[in-house]
Write a protein that binds this ligand. Structure first.
Ligand SMILES: [Zn+2]
Length: 518
């Protein structure tokens, strides 16, 4: 291993998935994990197996399905947690147990109710037990950035003595600043015996917007693993964004003396897939993956790029996987052309997927002249979602205008039965939602509603994101359509279907109340 390589530990499926509205089902997690492997991350933290049966099964499935990447599972520093985590990952080609305990006095007093001596003891026991099961053990000092440095060093030394290979020092609450966070790594390297034999790791939260800056400070002080998530999702303000750190290393790596093994061309695809699976939209001005990140080029593909590239561009759009083409598909493009275009965009479709995508493509090509690449990808992602569709939209009719009361008639199919109802509302979307409520009897409270255009031009297809509160739990929904009202109804139905599926699953899972810090 070269000294300048920083390992990328992706925790999208664990820390990221823990954030409200980001939960994924097993099938969705597996799809994301496969994409993360293509992206070339070094470690995928697949979940927290003791948290629920669903989490356990997802981790186990991922562990058994991936080949090149190391699959990690999180566990508290107690034997039953560690054992359960090991059962979930033991079939992986490369496995890692990731155990943690809090080291700050704030956590010791208010959460663990343990003395420092007890924590030291637990650390040693947990790591030694984990090592008896798994060759690769990572140990995290939760809330390290608010811990007493002397005690932190003692704990780290105990973990190394017990066999930990990776030591992670998280800024769990996103409180640290770069100079301070970097100094902590410097101190630990100076003071801890055996530190040269382990990989030091940073794990930063973005509460003050410093997650990536803090990660970089850690790396400047010897850390060689960065824990991060796609699109920076995660609890509260999220985690360090993978795409930002990776492109930082790629763009400034020479000066910084670092590099990663990530295939940066897979970044955009990973970002889009996560958005689709969770319904969590990426803000337009988000670094690297936001719609505006390379916007000085949108729509002026060839000419503009050549003129402005050196002037304004520190990275190329191609380096994150944005592909421009002059070839535009339309109504008369056949199935083969569509398949070829998807292949050019990096998507290999099964015959069934191609069939579905083609049907959708034809419907859209009927309504607009040209179908752009971004729209093709949106179609594909829309059709390959794995939410079980309890309610399916069969028919929608709205009448609205400046002088009339907006009215919607909605027909839904549930299994083989059709239901139809009408309602009025403040606008056509509101009316349609009320009609759905009348049919399903399920009341949802809309907390977020956003529409964005997938491509450019007035006839582009719209992507609708909704976030709905069902019984105090938030669910996201997303849909694409040439018609915004239809898209809105489909997005709402997706959120509703997710809520219904989740309610069904809840009965099957005996969930333990667990606080996953790290
Ligand atoms: Zn975290």
């Amino acid at each position: 291993m070269a000294d300048d390589q920083v390992f990328i530990f992706d925790t999208t499926l664990r820390d990221g998935e823990q954030s409200p509205g980001c939960s994924m089902n097993l099938e969705e997690k597996l799809r994301m994990a496969r994409q993360l492997e293509r992206l070339g991350v070094d470690v995928i933290e697949a979940g927290f197996p003791i948290a629920s049966v669903g989490d356990f099964e997802a981790v186990q499935k991922i562990a058994g399905s991936l080949e090149r990447v190391t699959v990690a599972a999180l566990c508290r520093a107690v034997a039953p947690d560690i054992k359960r985590a090991w059962e979930a990952i033991r079939s992986a080609h490369h496995s890692r147990l990731h155990t943690f305990i809090a080291t700050s006095d704030i956590h010791l007093v208010h959460k663990l109710r343990k003395s420092r001596t007890q924590v030291l003891h637990d650390t040693h026991e947990a790591v030694a037990y984990a090592r008896s099961l798994c060759n690769e053990v990572e140990f995290s000092c939760e809330d390290a950035s608010r811990s007493d440095i002397g005690f932190l060093c003692e704990v780290v030394e105990a973990a190394i003595a017990a066999g930990a290979r990776v030591i992670n020092l998280p800024d769990t609450v996103g409180y640290s600043v770069p100079a301070e966070y970097g100094a902590m790594f410097h101190q630990v390297r100076e003071r801890v015996r055996g530190i040269g034999n382990v990989v030091l790791s940073a794990h930063c939260h973005n509460d003050l917007g410093l997650a990536v800056a803090n990660s970089l400070a850690a790396v400047a002080n010897g850390a060689r693993q960065v824990e991060c998530t796609i699109n920076g999702i995660g609890e509260r303000a999220g985690n360090a964004a993978l795409e930002e750190f990776v492109m930082l290393a790629k763009t400034r790596g020479e000066q910084l003396g670092i590099r990663t093994g990530v295939v940066s061309e897979e970044i955009l695809k990973s970002s889009r897939l996560l958005s689709t699976l969770t319904g969590m939209m990426v803000q337009r001005n988000k670094a690297i993956v936001g719609a505006n990140a390379f916007a000085h080029e949108a729509g002026i593909h060839q000419d503009g790029v050549l003129k402005s590239a050196i002037t304004y561009e520190i990275m190329t759009p191609q380096s994150v996987g944005i592909k421009y083409s002059t070839l535009v598909l339309g109504k008369h493009s056949g199935r083969h052309a569509l398949k070829q275009r998807f292949a050019d965009l990096g998507y290999t479709l099964s015959p069934e997927e191609l069939d579905r995508a083609y049907t959708e493509f034809c419907a859209i090509a009927d309504q607009k002249k040209e179908v752009f690449d971004e729209e093709l990808v949106a179609i594909l992602e829309d059709r390959s979602k794995s939410t079980v569709e309890l309610y399916h939209l069969e028919h929608l009719h709205v009448s609205t205008g400046t002088q009339i009361r907006p009215t919607a008639t909605v027909e839904l199919r549930k299994a083989d039965a059709l239901f139809v109802d009408s309602a009025t509302g403040d606008g056509p979307v509101d009316a349609a939602y009320r009609a759905i409520e009348r049919i399903t009897g399920v009341m949802g409270k809309m907390t977020e509603y956003a529409v964005k255009s997938v491509s450019f031009g007035h006839d582009t297809i719209g992507e609708v994101f909704v976030r709905v509160d069902f019984d105090g739990v938030l669910f996201n929904g997303r849909a694409v359509s040439t018609d915004v009202i239809t898209g809105s109804v489909k997005a709402y139905l997706e959120a509703l279907n997710r809520a219904q599926n989740s309610m069904r699953r809840k009965g099957e899972q005996a969930s333990a109340v667990v606080e996953a810090g790290a």
